[in-house]
Design a protein. Structure first.
Length: 405
């Protein structure tokens, strides 16, 4: 049993259905309210301890918890808004609000950290005596224990929801444990050695807080800008489509993330060019329904007709596949078509899309395409190529061997 499971059972109905917007909202409400109450309690405890000891580090740590309470409010509102259904202005729902809320949390954390940094530097330059109190020390130990519970609680919810927002909240709680521990060390050192390292500890606290805020901001910016899906997610979807009878292969899978658990994808499915339009349409429908049911992804399937019966075309494809792999093993190709020349039936026009890594420059793309065309021409002078460079969402460019020596 994990920390928080009892609260989840009590306040979240159908808690295992984490893809449901209502369930996610219930999780968000539970976590948000719990975090707000805990952080307000910790602010009161640490602020009292800071006043007793006249400690900048402890007081700074207290206001860090107050900022965490504000962040929890932002998280709570963000999850509630993110759960709203699609409307005319937002046809794909409001899921990305969760990422935006996390970014706001990160900015608040960074601002608080910078202010702590300024205060700590001033304390180092102008140190004052600390008043050591057993009560204040107990308060700090209690704060560490509460933050440890919050870390486990939010980590549990983050894993259940697959939510970057609450995983970030858990990480923030872990950093808070560290900063409070550092603050406690400064109090103990002063009590034992009469050496005031309060300003230095406050400086360490502020750097940790700023670093945590930057890390959270980075994690949230990536999904807002657009990032690739995990490899296992992509492989599962491709496997699901290729397992449908009649599908010979897939390529050009593009997934759009509209918030946790909200995905829209497009994929190209290869089918026999001799298949009827009705049969191909039925395959596309079946793939879309299957992926929606098993992965909760809204999928659009584009049908690509390919030759799978003409032995001569298959042999040409095999030879060109070897040429491409010899050029660079990281290359791949699709949309392969062969047709006879308009004036000479012995001439063959071969067209295909060449998939290149993102690391390729435009110059290297062109150089590689020409190398492949030259190799194909050496294989058979009557083969003429039109290669389209394909690199995911990058606009495609075509290169033809026509007219080359």
């Amino acid at each position: 049993m994990r920390i928080g499971d009892g609260l989840i059972r009590a306040f979240v109905k159908n808690s295992e259905h984490t893809e449901d917007a209502g369930v996610r909202a219930a999780y968000g409400t539970l976590a948000g309210v719990t975090d707000i109450l805990c952080n307000v309690f910790l602010f009161a405890v640490k602020f009292t301890a800071g006043l007793i000891m006249a400690s900048t580090a402890v007081t700074a740590d207290a206001f860090n918890n107050l900022s965490d309470a504000f962040s929890s409010v932002v998280s709570l509102v963000g999850v509630r808004v993110a759960s709203r259904p699609a409307d005319e202005e937002h046809p794909f729902g409001h899921g990305r609000i969760e990422y935006a809320a996390s970014l706001i949390v990160a900015v608040v954390i960074i601002v608080v950290g910078v202010e702590f940094f300024r205060t700590s530097v001033d304390k180092i330059l102008h140190p004052t005596a600390l008043t050591v109190s057993v009560t204040a020390v107990i308060f700090l130990v209690l704060s560490i224990l509460v933050k440890f519970w919050m870390y486990l609680f939010n980590r549990n919810i983050g894993k259940r929801m697959k939510s970057t927002l609450f995983s970030a909240t858990a990480a923030d709680a872990a950093f808070d444990m560290l900063t409070t521990a550092v603050t406690l060390v400064s109090v103990v050192v002063y009590a034992v050695l009469q050496v005031n390292i309060d300003g230095i500890c406050g400086l360490i606290v502020s750097v940790v807080v700023i670093w945590a805020g930057i890390g959270i901001a980075k994690d949230m910016i990536n999904p807002l800008i657009g990032e690739p899906m995990p490899e296992e997610f992509r492989e599962r979807m491709e496997k699901m489509v290729t397992e449908i009878p009649g599908v010979e292969g897939v390529h050009d899978l593009i997934v759009h993330n509209y918030g946790p658990g909200r995905y829209m994808a497009t994929i190209h499915a290869e089918v026999s060019r001799k298949m009827s339009l009705d049969e191909a349409h039925a395959i596309a429908d079946k793939a879309e329904r299957k992926v929606k049911k098993e992965m909760n992804v809204f999928l659009v399937v584009h049908i690509d007709p390919v030759e799978i019966h003409d032995q001569k075309v298959m042999e040409i494809r095999e030879k060109i596949s070897g040429i491409i792999k010899d050029t660079d093993p990281s290359l791949s190709f699709h949309d392969f078509h062969v047709k006879h020349g308009k004036t000479d039936r012995n001439e063959l026009e071969i067209t295909f899309d060449l998939c290149v890594p993102y690391a390729y420059s435009e110059e290297k793309e062109n150089e590689t395409a020409y190398r492949i065309m030259d190799s194909i021409r050496r294989e058979n002078p009557r083969w003429h190529c039109v290669i389209t460079i394909d690199r995911g969402m990058v606009p495609e460019t075509s290169i033809s061997s026509a007219g080359r020596d």
